[in-house]
Design a protein around this ligand. Sequence first.
Ligand code: OGA
Ligand code: NI
Length: 353
Amino acid sequence: MATTRNISEYDRKSELKAFDDSKSGVKGLVDSGMTKIPLMFIHPHYNPDAKSESAVSQFRVPLIDLDGVNDNATLRAKIIDQVREACENWGFFQVVNHGIPAGVLEEMIDGIRGFHEQDTQMKKEFYTREFKDKVSFLSNFDLFEATAANWKDSLSWPMVPNPPDPTEFPAVCRDIVSEYSKQVKRLGYTLFELLSEGLGLNVNHLKDMECAEVIFHVGHYYPPCPEPELTLGASKHADSGFLTVLLQDQVGGLQVLHQNQWIDLVPMPGALVINVGVSLQVITNDRYKSIEHRVLANRVSSRVSVASAFGTTLFPSSKLYSPIKELLTQENPPKYKEATLQAHVANLRGKRV
Ligand code: OGA
Ligand code: NI
């Protein structure tokens, strides 16, 4: 247990630096045959017993079928209603018949797995924290700021507005990464249209507010963990941007905090997970909810996921945002003042802790 290890007396800074300098990520530690996780990964306040709650829960993250959304007005109205309800009550939902072929999803998971499972030497060439301008391999975006590190590595690439040159992508996943990114962009546009209409706004309202002007993709790899009860694959957080499209493999481990319970987001072949980010919550004046989620580590299998963030405060902007005027009434006054998204996110995160 965490309590039997003295986690206060060690040189955390040097451990973090040595880990980062190795350029080998968490997978590198696992490959070295390590059986006890380094102290920097121990989450002191993580209570693994809380996860048993999910087993007895009656809740299920909504599943929405997008079939017919663009060619049948009756179906479209029904889908808009389902999306609105999911965003108001859950902040999370899964979609099927979203227009991205199952083969593309599978190939994308294989491509990201292929990158992370190739020879470490090849990966080291991509290791950099300059993720804003480059295709980058790194472990833990907030390694030097967070109180505990997560059991995962990531390959990231900014795609909108400034995509890297195709030759800059790792050979093992080059073609599928550009194909998948293109398809997710299209799906994102469709989702923003549905989300706009769900608010009773013009179909292009959210796109016109530049909600899809930054798209940042991250291919996560969660290696098997020898002590999963001491750490997490991803610690509890809410995404900072407007919307995230998440592709996950069939391993499981993603949980969302719904009515104070951790609910498993059970993987479903061919489905994509969609979730509202803090920025969308702010501009909708809390109508759409950004919900906290986390990923459990597990002893047995490695897990792959790809998160595509539409907007993210990892790319700060000076543009000011406040709740959409059309949504405000005397009974529903603005809950947020005009501010940058970074300020909104910091403020909301501060309140949640
Ligand atoms: C994220 C995230 C979940 C997952 O990237 O923000 O929550 O399953 N990922 O990898
Ligand atoms: Ni997230």
